[in-house]
Design a binder for this molecule. Sequence first.
Ligand code: GAR
Length: 212
Amino acid sequence: MNKIAVMASGRGTNLKVILEAAAKGKCPVEVALVISDKSDAAALDIAREAGVPNVLYIDPKDYGDRTAFDAACAAHIDQAECEWIVLAGYMRILSSAFVQRFRNHIINIHPALLPAFPGPDGVGDALAHGAKVSGCTVHLVDEALDGGPILGQVTVPVLDDDTRDSLHARIQEQEHKLYPAMLKKLVEQGFELDGHRVIWNREPNFVNRLSW
Ligand code: GAR
């Protein structure tokens, strides 16, 4: 089974749908580790309730800098032998050492159609700009903020009476379908990179493993 580590800072609804999809056999991954940088993240409770074997709150204040904090996370990911690192509402920027260590094995979901509206408030920025269509993006994480190669996207119309919350709620409905579907495709099908483009393999069961 493809072991994944999920890193989450908040409500954890994306974590929840991934756990549910895995439990129902709809997504062939095992959530082996959940890490949060927030002690009160609901994601931690969701992970514990689902019986994730390793559920950790790691306090950034215990580490001198971003690189040291990320190294601590990486040690847990290595120990749990996770193949993929899935960012699900993880609101910290990753150090370049961490990105290099797990290159092309870290994925993120962002609540906008990248490359439009990167950053911490993709929903609010799209709304404020007057975009008529927004959506969500699952992408590989590289050194550029929300700038890595795109794995998949879904569009969501922006309505005239939308608020940040109403738009985010409709985007999240799509996130909850897209993220488990992308994870399934990732582990079953695999991809190759052509520059910044993700080209999905035609043959299933492609093996794109980290070496343990
Ligand atoms: C999601 O909408 C995700 O796209 C967003 O945080 C939310 C987390 O929701 N991520 C970012 O904005 C990253 N830049 P969740 O905690 O309920 O999964």
